[in-house]
Structure formats: structure tokens, C-alpha cells
Write a protein that binds this ligand. Structure first.
Ligand code: HEC
Length: 118
């Protein structure tokens, strides 16, 4: 009984962490509404190209050590990834910081730009 009581905060945390983990694995319901809203905005690719200057210092056309290639990613995948970083469902520090500065219009524009590349 005593052991169970002491463990329960830990188990609660585990439950939260595993919920977040599985949410990030599939197209998680937690962010689906946000993703849909952003996709519905129909981003401006020219604005996206302008904003992309900040991204391509890391995300080179051919990718790089530990840095995925993002040119040509489908818009829905791209938006989902950024929304997951913005909500802390993906935990890469650089991308969480980057995404948390982006508003919906910026994410929509970046998705329009990068998805139009090869
Ligand atoms: C300082 C380097 C850096 C900058 C600047 C940067 N990124 Fe990233 N980005 C990364 C790294 C590293 C990852 C892989 C993180 C991980 O493992 O989750 C990543 C992952 C991503 C992903 C997920 C790719 C996938 O295949 O799931 C997207 C989308 C993305 N970045 C978009 C952007 C956009 C848009 C910008 C500009 C607003 C940007 N990044 C700026 C380093 C950077």
C-alpha cells in the first residue's frame, strides 16, 4: 500500500509521457484541429520563401548530419511536424524554439514554399 502511494506520482507522469509519445507517433488528435486550421489558410509561397532564409542555414537542400531534408515534404506532414514542435510533442530544442516563434500564417507560408520544392 505504502509503495503504491509513493509510486503513484511517478506512474502519473509515465502516463502523461506515454500519452504524449503515442500522440506524436501517429497524426495525433491533440493537434489535428490546429493542423487543419493552418492547412485551410492556404499559405503564401512567396512569404514562405522569404521566411525560409532562417531555416536553410540548417536545412540544406541535401539534408545534413542529423538535420533532415525538408524541401519537398508534403504540406500536411510539414505543418503537423511544426505544430508538434510548437506544442512540445516533439522535443528537439532547436525546433521547439524555432516553431514557438511561428504563427499560423508563417507555418502555412513555409509549408507552401517547402512543399513546392523538389
Ligand atoms: C539550428 C538548426 C535548425 C534551424 C535554423 C531550423 N531547423 Fe528544422 N530541424 C533541425 C533539426 C536538427 C531537426 C531534426 C529534429 C528532430 O530530430 O526532431 C529539424 C526538423 C525539422 C522538421 C521535421 C522534419 C521531419 O522530417 O520530420 C521540419 C518540418 C523543420 N525542421 C522545419 C524547419 C523550418 C520551417 C525552419 C525555419 C523556420 C527550421 N526548421 C529551422 C534544425 C534546424
Amino acid at each position: 500500500m505504502r509503495l503504491k502511494t509513493r509510486l503513484s506520482p511517478f506512474l502519473g507522469l509515465l502516463a502523461i509521457l506515454s500519452a504524449a509519445g503515442s500522440a506524436a507517433a501517429d497524426a495525433e488528435p491533440a493537434v489535428a484541429g490546429e493542423v487543419e486550421t493552418i492547412l485551410a489558410l492556404g499559405g503564401d509561397p512567396a512569404y514562405g520563401a522569404y521566411l525560409a532564409g532562417e531555416c536553410v542555414t540548417c536545412h540544406r537542400a541535401s539534408g545534413g548530419a542529423g538535420i533532415p531534408q525538408i524541401a519537398g515534404l508534403p504540406a500536411d506532414y510539414f505543418v503537423t511536424a511544426l505544430v508538434e514542435y510548437r506544442n512540445g510533442l516533439r522535443d528537439n530544442e532547436v525546433m521547439v524554439t524555432t516553431a514557438s516563434r511561428l504563427g499560423d500564417a508563417e507555418i502555412a507560408a513555409l509549408a507552401a514554399h517547402f512543399s513546392s520544392l523538389d
